[in-house]
Design a protein around this ligand. Structure first.
Ligand SMILES: *Cc1c(COP(=O)(O)O)cnc(C)c1O
Length: 389
């Protein structure tokens, strides 16, 4: 059996999304900036896709800017706001210690350029409070950036409350909603955020297309300079296949949201219950409330996450561990350390992340394989020997 359980890393492109992209590989090749009909056809499709993204998160089409990915959206939002408003408001930025690297590394680079950054600690379940944010606000705070949902453990932050605090103190508020859009309801009016990042490949569009919502009237500086695309704010000839895809994908994800959330959270609960019953000495890192429907993160004590992943892979199961990431380093995840796990426990953690395409049979297969792998690896662990004495 093959089980793809790493949907927080990326998702399979939906066949309907592939269909929606096809015109871009055929007749729809005009440059949307040109005035002849070939170009206008492409322009029309770009604007239709923009309307779909806007409708999905409840904003105006002109508040949506297409980008190349979630990382670009995060970089642009943070730098763009800070650089445009620092002279007037100051150089202090507030964030959390469990943000995605797209946010944390941007902030780190900006610290070297003279910005001051406060990273709020999360509690043992992975949450910050609006109160913490409020207490961190200084006279020179220009921006607050807090992710909507965490990619490793699934905790969903109190974004509405934080946005209200930001507004009260006249500070801009950006949220990285890359894990949230397409998975839980995201309504920018209801949340009250000023800027919001999203990325197509996390909800069944291909890699290489993202978007940034910027509330009208707010003017982040450009990240890129060039032509007049995206109302001069994000130059570069439009990625027409990607734009068609993200429009189709977000439309489909929002249309089926409630049904999919119910299915996916049923899978998550089945897996969590099964793990609790079959594997002793586990720590569930996924919070029990305010959590993404499809995320399961668990530390299996006394074993190495990397070995576990290899053995899962040999059994046809794709998952992610709490250490090595894209960089290939073996430092334990900053998120797991932030919720208070000791290094050795963080190292033994594994994340499964599901989507609507996953099935009960797949969960039961994981539950058949995982306890055997855990037992096998523990047999080889000197630490486990001591536990059982
Ligand atoms: C995947 C992810 C990103 C980066 O998005 P890309 O489109 O891969 O650049 C940023 N933030 C979070 C929370 C993510 O999960």
């Amino acid at each position: 059996m093959f089980v793809y359980a790493d949907n927080a890393a990326t998702t399979r492109i939906d066949p309907d999304v592939v269909k929606a992209m096809m015109p871009a590989f055929d007749e729809l090749y005009g440059n949307p900036s040109t005035i002849y009909s070939k170009g206008r056809e492409a322009r029309e499709q770009v604007e239709l896709a923009r309307e779909k993204v806007a409708k999905a998160i409840n904003c105006l089409p002109r508040e949506i800017y297409f980008t190349s990915c979630g990382t670009e959206s995060d970089n642009w939002a943070i730098r763009g706001i800070a650089e445009h408003y620092a002279a007037k408001k100051g150089k202090h930025i507030i964030s959390t210690n469990i943000e995605h690297h797209a946010v944390l590394e941007t902030l780190k680079a900006m610290e070297k350029e003279g910005y001051r950054v406060t990273l709020l600690p999360v509690n043992e379940e992975g949450f910050v409070t609006a109160r913490q944010v409020e207490e961190a606000i200084c006279p020179d705070t220009v921006l607050i950036t807090v992710m909507t949902a965490n990619n490793e453990i699934g905790s969903i932050q109190p974004i509405r409350e934080i946005a209200a605090v930001a507004k009260e103190h006249n500070v801009f508020f950006h949220t990285d909603a890359v894990q949230a859009v397409g998975h839980i309801p995201v309504d920018v009016q209801d949340l009250g955020v000023d800027l919001l990042s999203l990325s197509g490949h996390k909800f069944h569009a291909p890699k290489g297309i993202g978007a940034l919502y910027v509330r009208r009237g707010i003017l982040p500086d450009n990240l890129l300079y060039g032509g007049g695309q995206e109302r001069r704010k994000r130059p570069g000839t439009e990625n027409i296949p990607g734009i068609l895809a993200i429009g189709a994908a977000i439309e489909k994800a929002t249309a089926n949201l409630e049904r999919d959330m119910a299915h996916v959270s049923m899978l998550r609960d089945r897996l969590l219950n099964g793990i609790r019953q079959t594997i002793p000495h586990c720590k569930i890192n996924t919070p029990t409330h305010d959590c993404l429907p499809g995320t399961v993160n668990v530390s299996i004590k006394y074993i190495e996450g990397e070995s576990m992943l290899l053995m899962l892979d040999m059994n046809g199961i794709c998952a992610t561990s709490g250490s090595a990431c894209a960089s290939g380093d073996l430092d334990p995840s900053h998120v797991l350390l932030a919720i208070g796990l000791p290094h050795e426990v963080a190292h033994g953690s594994v994340r499964f992340s599901f989507c609507a395409e996953n099935t009960v049979e797949e969960i039961d297969y994981i539950l058949e394989v995982l306890p055997k792998i855990a037992a096998r690896l523990r047999e080889m662990s000197p630490l486990w020997e001591n536990v059982n004495k």
